[in-house]
Design a protein around this ligand. Structure first.
Ligand code: AMP
Length: 185
C-alpha cells in the first residue's frame, strides 16, 4: 500500500475529513497547508499576517511560501515513513518543487460543482469560516479549476479516482480499497 499519498479534489470535496480518518487508519501524518496556514493566522505570526487577506479572498498564497512550509514539515521525523498531503501541491510549480517521487498515489475525490457549492454554503452557515461566503466559494472553485485540476493529469500515472458522494465511512472505504488495489498491482 502506498504511503506517500496526496489527496486531490475541489474545495468542499471532504478532503479534510477524509484525510484525518485515512491518516488514523494508515498511521501516517496528515500534512495540510490549509490547517498550517489557518493556525498561523490564528497565532498572528508573520506568515499568518501575509496569508490572511489572500486566504479570505479565495486566492492562493504564493508558491514560495507554501513550498517553504511543506519542505520544513516533510523534514520532520514523523514524515520519514510516509504522509498524506492535503491541499498541497495546488499548482504545477508546487508539484515540480515537491518532485514526482514524493507522491506514490494521488487519490482524487470526485464531486460535481453544484454539490460542492451546496456543501460549502452549509459549512459557511455551520462553521463561519472566513473563506466560505458565496463569492469566495465561487472564486475558490475557479482557482481550483485553473490552477489545481491540471494536477490530475500531472499525476496521471499515480491517480486513483473515487466517488466523493456518500457517507464519510463509505468514502473512507472507497479510498482504502483503492489504495489496496494500487498496492497489489
Ligand atoms: P484549504 O483548507 O486547503 O482549502 O486552504 C485554505 C486556503 O489556504 C486556500 O484557499 C489558499 O488561500 C490557502 N492555501 C492552502 N494550501 C495552499 C497551497 N498549497 N497553495 C497556495 N495556497 C494555499
Amino acid at each position: 500500500m502506498g504511503r506517500r499519498l496526496l489527496l486531490l479534489g475541489p474545495p468542499g470535496a471532504g478532503k479534510g475529513t477524509q484525510a484525518t480518518m485515512l491518516c488514523r487508519v494508515l498511521g501516517i501524518p496528515h500534512i495540510s497547508t490549509g490547517v498550517i496556514l489557518r493556525a498561523a493566522v490564528a497565532a498572528g505570526t508573520e506568515l499568518g499576517r501575509k496569508a490572511e487577506a489572500i486566504m479570505a479572498s479565495g486566492e492562493l498564497v504564493s508558491d514560495e511560501i507554501v513550498i517553504g512550509i511543506v519542505r520544513e514539515r516533510l523534514a520532520e521525523s514523523d514524515a520519514a515513513c510516509g504522509y498524506l498531503l492535503d491541499g498541497f501541491p495546488r499548482t504545477v510549480a508546487q508539484a515540480d518543487a515537491l518532485g514526482a517521487d514524493a507522491v506514490e498515489v494521488a487519490i482524487v475525490i470526485d464531486v460535481a460543482d453544484d454539490e460542492v457549492v451546496k456543501r460549502l454554503m452549509q459549512r459557511a452557515a455551520e462553521e463561519g469560516r472566513a473563506d466560505d461566503t458565496e463569492d469566495v466559494i465561487r472564486n475558490r472553485l475557479t482557482v481550483y479549476r485553473r490552477e489545481t485540476a491540471p494536477l490530475i493529469d500531472y499525476y496521471s500515472k499515480a491517480v486513483v479516482t473515487i466517488d466523493g458522494v456518500g457517507s464519510v465511512g463509505e468514502i473512507l472505504c472507497r479510498s482504502v480499497l483503492a489504495l489496496r488495489q494500487e498496492g497489489e498491482e
